[in-house]
Design a protein. Sequence first.
Length: 282
Amino acid sequence: MTNTRAERVKAVRALSGRSVRQRSGLFLAEGPQCVREAVRFASVRDVYATAAAAERYGAILDDAAARGMRVQLASDEVLAAMSADAQGLVAVVAQESPTLEAVLASGPALVAVLATVRDPGNAGTVIRAADAAGADAVVLTAESVDIFNPKTVRATAGSLFHLPVVTGEQLADAVAALRAAGLAVLAADGAGEHDLDDLLDVAGRAAVAADDPAAVTDAADAVPDLARATAWVFGNEAWGLAPADRELADAVVRVPLRGQAESLNLATAATVCLYASARAQR
């Protein structure tokens, strides 16, 4: 492909717009890492590559062809017209819409819930962190960013294709469903009454108490157990969780700040909390 004005080139480029993505049910995976993971784990319609990318990332294209995906070589100018962030490779991917009901039916142990998270980079980074920590799913409320936004997809670094990401939920409904499925619901907030380090110190004591009640102090009994199946709720980048949203949780937990930093950004705090639960559960 060499014609930058071809209809197919315009159609691919148009997927950078939300309205086109919604109408078509398609989105873009850009760059070698995202394209590789999309080919391995998602429903890919087409893969476009420059000659240089085809030589460097031939294994990705071979894998795509073996899976029956259409692979098309294109000039550097065509790839640049399709996407400014393609790095020589771009794939057109079909959107998937997992449901919270299906996620809960699988018996999840760790879930991240994003409430009114609107920055694409932050949302994508939390999805990546959840994947790395071994979480079973990510849930985004209806007021949160479009996960198929190109910036969000890039920020996931391929993790979008590794675990179910549920969208469009109302926070109160999601929390109620998660709690009904047996998960503890913890809200992450700088003003939380529980310190994350303190919770790690006593994680798993409740399980010990089942065999030896004397092994657990009253103080340990009174705090959330990170070893339990847990859903973490994270709020907006600028204002965090509203008081009414915090009240939906079983407990509010703060990440301790040992130095002079005033706060942690959303993605960093989410990573710390998810890994704390992952450690306690294992």
